[in-house]
Ligand binder design. Structure first.
Ligand SMILES: *[C@@H]1O[C@H](CO)[C@@H](O)[C@H](O)[C@H]1NC(C)=O
Length: 192
Protein backbone atom coordinates (compact mmCIF):
# COMPACT_ATOMS: atom_id res chain seq x y z
CA UNK A 1 0.00 0.00 0.00
CA UNK A 2 2.69 2.46 1.06
CA UNK A 3 4.74 1.52 -1.99
CA UNK A 4 1.76 2.05 -4.27
CA UNK A 5 1.13 5.43 -2.72
CA UNK A 6 4.75 6.46 -3.16
CA UNK A 7 4.66 5.27 -6.77
CA UNK A 8 1.50 7.27 -7.41
CA UNK A 9 3.03 10.29 -5.73
CA UNK A 10 6.09 10.03 -7.97
CA UNK A 11 3.93 9.76 -11.07
CA UNK A 12 1.96 12.84 -10.05
CA UNK A 13 5.12 14.80 -9.27
CA UNK A 14 6.72 13.76 -12.55
CA UNK A 15 3.65 14.65 -14.60
CA UNK A 16 3.19 18.02 -12.92
CA UNK A 17 6.87 18.87 -13.37
CA UNK A 18 6.60 17.92 -17.00
CA UNK A 19 3.72 20.38 -17.35
CA UNK A 20 5.72 23.14 -15.76
CA UNK A 21 8.90 22.55 -17.70
CA UNK A 22 7.33 22.29 -21.15
CA UNK A 23 6.86 26.03 -21.43
CA UNK A 24 3.83 26.80 -23.55
CA UNK A 25 5.27 29.87 -25.20
CA UNK A 26 5.84 31.40 -21.77
CA UNK A 27 2.17 31.35 -20.81
CA UNK A 28 1.87 31.23 -17.02
CA UNK A 29 0.33 27.79 -16.27
CA UNK A 30 -3.11 27.82 -14.67
CA UNK A 31 -1.89 25.79 -11.68
CA UNK A 32 0.61 28.51 -11.02
CA UNK A 33 -1.73 31.50 -10.98
CA UNK A 34 -4.99 29.73 -10.22
CA UNK A 35 -3.97 27.23 -7.57
CA UNK A 36 -5.88 24.34 -9.15
CA UNK A 37 -5.86 22.45 -12.43
CA UNK A 38 -8.19 23.30 -15.27
CA UNK A 39 -11.63 21.68 -15.17
CA UNK A 40 -11.91 21.26 -18.92
CA UNK A 41 -10.86 18.17 -20.80
CA UNK A 42 -11.82 18.37 -24.46
CA UNK A 43 -8.73 19.02 -26.58
CA UNK A 44 -8.87 21.49 -29.45
CA UNK A 45 -7.94 19.82 -32.67
CA UNK A 46 -4.60 21.24 -33.65
CA UNK A 47 -3.20 23.14 -35.33
CA UNK A 48 -5.94 25.63 -34.48
CA UNK A 49 -6.87 27.85 -37.44
CA UNK A 50 -8.55 30.81 -35.77
CA UNK A 51 -7.41 33.14 -32.97
CA UNK A 52 -10.08 35.47 -31.59
CA UNK A 53 -8.98 38.68 -29.89
CA UNK A 54 -11.14 39.83 -26.98
CA UNK A 55 -11.17 42.10 -23.95
CA UNK A 56 -12.32 41.22 -20.45
CA UNK A 57 -14.03 44.50 -19.45
CA UNK A 58 -12.55 44.16 -15.97
CA UNK A 59 -10.12 46.66 -14.41
CA UNK A 60 -6.70 46.73 -16.01
CA UNK A 61 -3.67 45.36 -14.19
CA UNK A 62 -0.03 46.29 -14.40
CA UNK A 63 1.99 44.39 -11.79
CA UNK A 64 2.36 40.61 -11.66
CA UNK A 65 0.42 40.51 -8.38
CA UNK A 66 -2.41 42.61 -9.80
CA UNK A 67 -2.59 40.61 -12.99
CA UNK A 68 -2.69 37.25 -11.21
CA UNK A 69 -5.42 38.63 -9.01
CA UNK A 70 -7.30 39.88 -12.09
CA UNK A 71 -7.16 36.50 -13.80
CA UNK A 72 -8.20 34.70 -10.61
CA UNK A 73 -11.16 37.08 -10.32
CA UNK A 74 -12.21 36.37 -13.91
CA UNK A 75 -11.98 32.63 -13.33
CA UNK A 76 -13.95 32.80 -10.08
CA UNK A 77 -16.70 34.90 -11.66
CA UNK A 78 -17.06 32.51 -14.56
CA UNK A 79 -17.23 29.47 -12.30
CA UNK A 80 -19.82 31.29 -10.15
CA UNK A 81 -21.78 32.01 -13.32
CA UNK A 82 -22.00 28.32 -14.09
CA UNK A 83 -19.07 27.71 -16.41
CA UNK A 84 -17.01 24.57 -15.74
CA UNK A 85 -13.90 26.75 -15.54
CA UNK A 86 -12.30 29.84 -17.08
CA UNK A 87 -13.79 30.67 -20.48
CA UNK A 88 -10.86 32.29 -22.28
CA UNK A 89 -8.07 30.24 -23.78
CA UNK A 90 -5.44 32.79 -22.78
CA UNK A 91 -5.55 36.07 -20.90
CA UNK A 92 -3.03 38.87 -21.45
CA UNK A 93 -2.17 41.18 -18.56
CA UNK A 94 -1.03 44.79 -18.77
CA UNK A 95 2.20 43.50 -17.21
CA UNK A 96 3.06 41.80 -20.50
CA UNK A 97 2.39 38.24 -19.32
CA UNK A 98 0.15 35.72 -20.98
CA UNK A 99 -1.87 33.58 -18.56
CA UNK A 100 -3.04 30.14 -19.55
CA UNK A 101 -6.80 29.79 -19.21
CA UNK A 102 -8.54 26.93 -21.00
CA UNK A 103 -5.30 26.83 -23.02
CA UNK A 104 -5.44 24.30 -25.85
CA UNK A 105 -8.56 22.70 -24.41
CA UNK A 106 -11.93 23.80 -25.77
CA UNK A 107 -12.92 26.97 -23.91
CA UNK A 108 -16.15 28.99 -23.76
CA UNK A 109 -15.13 32.37 -25.17
CA UNK A 110 -16.84 32.77 -28.53
CA UNK A 111 -20.38 31.56 -29.15
CA UNK A 112 -20.37 28.84 -31.86
CA UNK A 113 -16.60 29.01 -32.37
CA UNK A 114 -15.22 27.44 -29.22
CA UNK A 115 -14.38 24.13 -30.83
CA UNK A 116 -12.43 25.80 -33.62
CA UNK A 117 -10.61 28.71 -32.10
CA UNK A 118 -8.64 30.07 -29.22
CA UNK A 119 -9.86 33.20 -27.46
CA UNK A 120 -7.03 35.48 -26.38
CA UNK A 121 -8.34 38.18 -24.10
CA UNK A 122 -6.73 41.39 -22.89
CA UNK A 123 -7.43 42.39 -19.29
CA UNK A 124 -9.25 45.74 -19.46
CA UNK A 125 -11.71 47.67 -21.60
CA UNK A 126 -10.31 48.70 -24.97
CA UNK A 127 -13.14 50.65 -26.55
CA UNK A 128 -11.30 53.96 -26.22
CA UNK A 129 -7.70 53.06 -25.47
CA UNK A 130 -5.15 50.42 -26.28
CA UNK A 131 -3.65 47.76 -24.02
CA UNK A 132 -0.14 48.51 -22.76
CA UNK A 133 2.70 48.10 -25.28
CA UNK A 134 3.97 45.18 -23.16
CA UNK A 135 0.61 43.42 -23.40
CA UNK A 136 0.38 43.95 -27.16
CA UNK A 137 3.89 42.66 -27.67
CA UNK A 138 3.33 39.65 -25.42
CA UNK A 139 0.20 38.65 -27.34
CA UNK A 140 1.93 38.92 -30.70
CA UNK A 141 4.93 36.97 -29.46
CA UNK A 142 2.64 34.32 -28.03
CA UNK A 143 0.78 33.91 -31.33
CA UNK A 144 4.03 33.65 -33.27
CA UNK A 145 5.46 31.14 -30.82
CA UNK A 146 2.27 29.08 -31.01
CA UNK A 147 2.73 28.80 -34.75
CA UNK A 148 6.29 27.68 -34.04
CA UNK A 149 5.16 24.83 -31.81
CA UNK A 150 2.31 23.88 -34.16
CA UNK A 151 -0.53 24.68 -31.79
CA UNK A 152 -1.63 27.36 -34.24
CA UNK A 153 -1.74 26.79 -37.97
CA UNK A 154 0.93 28.69 -39.89
CA UNK A 155 -1.91 30.19 -41.95
CA UNK A 156 -4.17 30.88 -38.96
CA UNK A 157 -6.69 33.69 -39.16
CA UNK A 158 -6.75 36.43 -36.56
CA UNK A 159 -10.14 38.03 -35.96
CA UNK A 160 -11.73 40.35 -33.44
CA UNK A 161 -14.46 38.86 -31.26
CA UNK A 162 -17.02 41.28 -32.77
CA UNK A 163 -16.40 39.84 -36.21
CA UNK A 164 -17.86 36.51 -35.13
CA UNK A 165 -20.62 37.42 -32.74
CA UNK A 166 -22.70 40.36 -31.53
CA UNK A 167 -20.35 42.02 -29.05
CA UNK A 168 -18.24 45.15 -28.73
CA UNK A 169 -15.26 42.99 -27.69
CA UNK A 170 -12.31 43.51 -28.16
CA UNK A 171 -13.23 47.24 -28.14
CA UNK A 172 -13.01 49.60 -31.12
CA UNK A 173 -9.48 50.84 -30.43
CA UNK A 174 -8.06 47.36 -30.08
CA UNK A 175 -10.04 46.12 -33.08
CA UNK A 176 -8.57 48.93 -35.22
CA UNK A 177 -5.11 47.92 -34.15
CA UNK A 178 -5.41 44.20 -34.78
CA UNK A 179 -6.66 44.98 -38.27
CA UNK A 180 -3.05 45.99 -38.98
CA UNK A 181 -1.58 42.75 -37.59
CA UNK A 182 -0.39 39.90 -39.77
CA UNK A 183 -2.98 37.12 -40.15
CA UNK A 184 -5.93 39.47 -39.63
CA UNK A 185 -8.91 38.32 -41.69
CA UNK A 186 -11.40 40.88 -42.98
CA UNK A 187 -13.93 38.52 -44.54
CA UNK A 188 -14.99 36.01 -41.91
CA UNK A 189 -17.58 34.49 -44.25
CA UNK A 190 -14.79 32.26 -45.59
CA UNK A 191 -14.41 30.63 -42.17
CA UNK A 192 -16.14 27.40 -41.37
C1 LIG B 1 -16.01 20.61 -13.09
O1 LIG B 1 -17.14 20.85 -13.91
C2 LIG B 1 -18.24 20.02 -13.61
C3 LIG B 1 -19.36 20.34 -14.60
O2 LIG B 1 -19.05 19.86 -15.86
C4 LIG B 1 -18.71 20.28 -12.20
O3 LIG B 1 -19.79 19.43 -11.89
C5 LIG B 1 -17.56 20.03 -11.23
O4 LIG B 1 -17.94 20.40 -9.94
C6 LIG B 1 -16.34 20.83 -11.65
N1 LIG B 1 -15.21 20.46 -10.81
C7 LIG B 1 -14.51 21.34 -10.12
C8 LIG B 1 -13.35 20.80 -9.37
O5 LIG B 1 -14.79 22.51 -10.10
Amino acid sequence: MATAQIALFLVVVTVSQFRFTVADCDAVPIEKWGGSPLNRSKELSRPVKIAVVQHTVTPECSTDAECEEAVRFIREMQIKNGFDDIAQSFVVGGNGKVYEGAGWKVGAHTFRWNEKSIGISFVGDFREKLPSPQALQAAQKFLECSVGNKNLDEKYHLVGHLQLTATISPGAELQNLIETWPHWLRDVSILN
